[in-house]
Each structure stands twice: as C-alpha cells, then as structure tokens.
Ligand binder design. Sequence first.
Ligand SMILES: *Cc1c(COP(=O)(O)O)cnc(C)c1O
Length: 410
Amino acid sequence: MAQSDLQEKKASPSGQESSSALFPSYSRYPISLVKGQGSWVWDDQGNRYLDFMSGLAVVNLGHAPEKVKAKVKAQLDELWHVSNLFHIPQQETAARLLTQVSCADVVFFCNSGAEANEAAIKLARRYHQKVKGEQRYEIITFAQSFHGRTLATLTATGQQKVKEGFLPLPEGFVTVPLHDIPALKAAIGPNTAAVMLEMVQAEGGVHPVDPGFVQELAALCKEQGLLLIIDEVQTGMGRTGKWFAHQHYGIEPDIFTAAKGIASGIAAGAMLAKEYLREAFSPGSHASTFGGNPIAATAIIATVETMIEEQIPEHAEEMGRYLISRLQAAFKDEPFVKDIRGKGLLIGIECAGPVSDVVAEGQKQRLLFVNAGPNVVRLLPNLKVTRDEIDQAVNILAKVIAAYTAKEGK
Ligand SMILES: *Cc1c(COP(=O)(O)O)cnc(C)c1O
C-alpha cells in the first residue's frame, strides 16, 4: 500500500465504532484498563477499580503476581520460542507439576480453552478409532454448557446463541438436558465415544452439577466404555476451592482440560489425561506451534508452584465460604436477589431480572464483575483475595443493587 493511502486511512475520525480497525465481535464496556496489581486495576483516566472478574477467571493469583513475573522476565532473557520438534524442559516440568496435583498422567499443551477441548475431543475419537479399533466418534454434551468457539467446541456447546450463522456444524455431537439420566441413556449408542461436561456450568449461569448425577454419569461411562471428559477451563486451577472441580465429586475423569487460570494471564491451555490414553496421541497425531512454549510453560510452573506454596485452593475455599456468607447476609431481605450459589470463588447471584445495568452501575462505583447469562451476576475475585477486599466488594454490590431496585421500583 502506498504511503499516501496509509496517511489517508489514519486521518479517518477515531473513537467511533465504525472507524475501529477491529471486528465488532465484542460488545465492550466503556473502560480502558492500563494497569493491574493484585486485586486492583486502573483505567486510562487514573480511576482505580476492585477487580472481581479477574480477566474472566484468568488472573487467579491477582494481577502481576511477583513470582510469576520474575520467572517470566528471567525466561525472556533466555529463550522465547522453540519448536515442539525439540525437547522443552519447562514443558516437562509444567506437565509433571500438573500431574502431581491431579489424577492425570499425561499432558498436552496448547494456547486456549477451546483448543484444549478440541484436543480432548480429538483424543477421545482417536483412542476409540486407533487404539480400540472401534468407529466411535460421537460426543454427548449438556444443555447450557459452554465449551468454546471453534467449530467443534461451539457445536459441543449447549447454547444456540454461539451457533447462529455458522452452519453447517461438524457432525458427531449430541446435546441432552443436564440432570436427566434417562435422556443421557437414550443418547448413548454404538457411535458414542465420550461424555463431556463442566462441574459448574459457568457461562451458563453458575450452576454446580448435582453430585448424584455426576456419580451416576461416571458409572454409566465406565459401564459403556465411554470416556468422561471434564471441561475445567473455568473451574480448574483452584477456582472452586480444589485444584480441579471434579475433585469435589470423588471421580476421576479420563480426560480434563484447563486454560484460563493456568498461567496467571499468559496465554496457555492444557489437555490432561490418564495413562491409558497416552498412546492414542502417537507422534504426528496432534500438534500446536505455540503450545507449551518456554514463556507459557514457565508461567505455568511459577503459577502452580505459587499455588502449592501458598495453599491457594484452600484459601479460595475459605474465602468462597466467607463471600457467600457475606452475600447472604447483605441480600437476605432483597427481593431482587433470588439465589446465591457457586463453589469456591466462582459465585453466581441470580436476580429477578436482567443484570446488565447492575454490572454498569458497579463499574461506576469502581467494582468490576460480569454476568453469566442475562439474570446472573458472576463474581470471580482472584484466589488470593482478602476478607477486607471481600467486605469492600459486598458493600459496593449491596449499594449498587439497592440503588438499582429503587430506581426500577422493583
Ligand atoms: C472460557 C471457556 C472456554 C473457552 O476458552 P478460550 O480460552 O476462550 O478458548 C471453554 N470452556 C469453558 C468452561 C470456559 O469457561
């Protein structure tokens, strides 16, 4: 492109939606954040916010955690990227650590949650087709689930809104209602390869799955020779008060996935599995250029080591209980608040109506949080959050909801 054309494009009015060089695929809040430390972030106007969304369950150790920052900085001086055609020692260490805190034996590293789930789906199919010699391919998933935005993972997702306009969808996915064993049994056929679910449906409204249902489902998978895949992209890495949410349920999935909180905000994902699935991903069967690169793997190591040293899952469990009790006390006489639920520090407040104005008002009062579906406020503080910060957040939230219901006459 000629220099003069470049100048002309730059001269177009800025700040308006239509003039942005970005696709409008996100509806963005009118805030631009420029700095973060611990539980706090600052915008470009110098305003400070208490962050109870944590980049959507990503910065689980808070913003810019010291040990992760120091180790990544040191790694930047050594080596940024190397092909997975070479041994990458940081990746070995990261995998070893993850297997020490979970039931998994082998790990594949990628860069995001959707990719981790995509790898899980591929591993399940390949295990049946290459190791067991059975043409099984179908994955059963559940209504209101969320598994990502690639074609396969959006097809697996039990929400119509992520599928619109993207037809045709890949074959081999069936969605059944959650907590419906007869429907699940009816969906299982000779082609079924695996069942995939979240232990707490997070995007779907913060719905923890019923323990009885999980037990029955796990038993059914064993009996029918199906692989059980747990999507721990949001619930994993200490978020629910255990390293992985399935550990609350006393089950061992064949495969589970992690991403969001795994590397404190450096892009990374992982697909973790039991030993008997190792051979299904034989050399050349699956790959990722950036997956488990030295920077990302270093961030994973430092994140997991910090979590072990500081007993982060235990702290998250304790702070989760405290936050729920504070919310229950604050909203016991508030008719707009219908239910308060969650696990650890993944908490939903179901309201009697849409919460988008509540989220916006929270931002004006310098508290950041998100929704989960139209009527649920979702709180995702970092896992090192303090009682004092929880008190501050609950006070702001109580004020915001009281002002909202007064204004709306609810
Ligand atoms: C966020 C999320 C994903 C997708 O992760 P990306 O990193 O955005 O691809 C998948 N599953 C669950 C449960 C999630 O919360």
